[in-house]
Design a protein around this ligand. Structure first.
Ligand code: PMP
Ligand code: GLU
Length: 397
């Protein structure tokens, strides 16, 4: 029996795959340093866990409304008012089972067969496949490392057709850690207004930013495009709640209504006691992230310094998220006992087998000359990983 054409169009998530592979190698006694997982190593704050435990003890174990508890949606509205000065109504927000699920439902809600979605490269691995799952067509906006992976309104407009439905923005970015400047964000909004496109703003790394001021949500930066902007985020990164599966979308009422319909016919509500934890998280705000940022910054700088010293590797200094995305094309053509290195998959295999270090190849992010390091692991392991990489690269001929 054949599977659907739809599922045959997509591939397994490479970030999830490499993370699972490194985990299983560790479980089998192989000493692997995992730079693969895009998941903070910090624990979920205790007060969030306590709120979920209390909910369980009080018997909050039943279904809730499909778009989430009214109290959680109101906490979300209050959060965006408090932190961003933005006004949303309950009918303009939905809680989903993580940011990934929120994005999936957005594409299901707005993309018809053959509709095009513009995705700047390098992109998070799931955007194109989620567009394909909605029978849409991902259209890639190629950017260059020498331009800091930024682009202009002209470059976006060159890709707009009468089938274009949306453009995806992800700042800070996974995989580059890059933060879009004001001009780039404004050009996206201008093109969206002019061509009547949705802007899908994936802000999951908004609080993981090393600059001076806090980063703002896109509708606070470009209010004139707020009716076209679907803000998508969650608690996985800023509260280290990856396993809790809480994310959300804020924006146009008709899109949210469609997403609620999809959710009501697919997953129903996000996990009930996780929602109570989420209320506590939103009410308190991400004050703890300041401490995490100090550790992240130290790890970023430690890893970056060494990567830049390695012949054949260059790397931009990112201002957000917890990823480094070095260019490793200088290693192409070199040989080791496992063969000749010709692409980012070969570099990944070389590092895994020779250095026992797990990274993610750049190709599935639309960047064939790069690899992705997540530095969401402790500094001792980072230092150990660095030594192994240096040793392994020295063996290349
Ligand atoms: N967007 C980006 C760019 C991400 O890196 C992730 C991480 N998985 C997500 C969305 C979704 O995260 P989650 O589903 O855990 O909320
Ligand atoms: N977003 C994380 C990453 O890129 C987690 C894995 C995933 O959901 O893709 O590694």
């Amino acid at each position: 029996m054949s599977l659907s054409e739809r599922v045959n169009k997509i591939k397994p998530s490479p970030t999830m795959e490499i993370t699972a592979k490194a985990k299983s190698m560790k479980e089998n006694g192989i000493d692997i340093i995992g730079f693969g997982a895009g998941e903070p190593d910090f624990d979920t704050p205790d007060f969030v866990k306590d709120a979920a435990k209390k909910a369980l003890d009080e018997g909050k174990t039943k279904y809730t409304d499909a778009p989430g508890l009214p109290k959680l949606r109101d906490a979300l509205i209050d959060t965006y008012k408090r932190d961003e000065g933005l006004d949303y109504k309950r009918s303009e927000c939905i809680i989903s089972l993580g940011g990934k699920h929120a994005l999936y439902n957005i594409f299901q809600a707005i993309v018809s067969s053959g509709d095009e979605v513009i995705i700047p490269t390098p992109y998070w691995v799931s955007y194109p496949d989620q567009v394909l799952l909605a029978d849409g067509v991902p259209i890639f906006l190629e950017t260059r490392e020498e331009d800091n992976f930024l682009f202009t309104a002209k470059a976006i407009e060159a890709l707009v057709t009468d089938r274009t439905k949306a453009i995806v923005v992800n700042s800070p970015s996974n995989p580059t850690g890059n933060v879009y400047d004001q001009a780039t964000l404004e050009s996206i909004c201008q093109v969206a207004i002019k061509n009547d496109l949705w802007v899908i703003s994936d802000e999951i790394y908004k609080d993981v930013y090393y600059g001076k001021n806090k980063l703002r949500s896109l509708p606070a930066i470009c209010p004139e495009a707020s009716s076209k902007t679907l803000v998508c985020s969650g608690l996985s990164k800023n509260f280290s709640m990856t396993g809790w599966r809480v994310g959300w979308t804020l924006g146009d009422e008709s899109v949210i209504k469609a997403m609620i319909k999809i959710q009501g016919q697919s997953t129903s509500n996000p996990v009930t006691f996780a929602q109570y934890g989420a209320i506590a998280a939103l009410e308190a705000g991400p004050a703890h992230v300041g401490e995490w940022l100090k550790a992240f910054r130290n790890r970023r700088d430690t890893l970056l310094k060494v990567l830049k010293q390695i012949d054949g590797i260059s790397c931009l200094k990112p201002e957000g998220a917890f990823y480094l995305f070095p260019n490793i094309s200088g290693l192409y053509g070199k040989e080791w006992s496992g063969g000749k290195i010709m692409n980012s998959y070969d570099v990944t295999r070389f590092l895994l087998e020779q250095a026992r270090v797990a990274v993610v190849p750049g190709a599935p992010f639309g960047a064939p000359n790069n690899i992705r390091f997540s530095y969401a692991l402790n500094i001792d392991d980072i230092n150990k990983g660095i030594d192994r990489i240096k040793e392994a690269v020295a063996l290349l001929k």
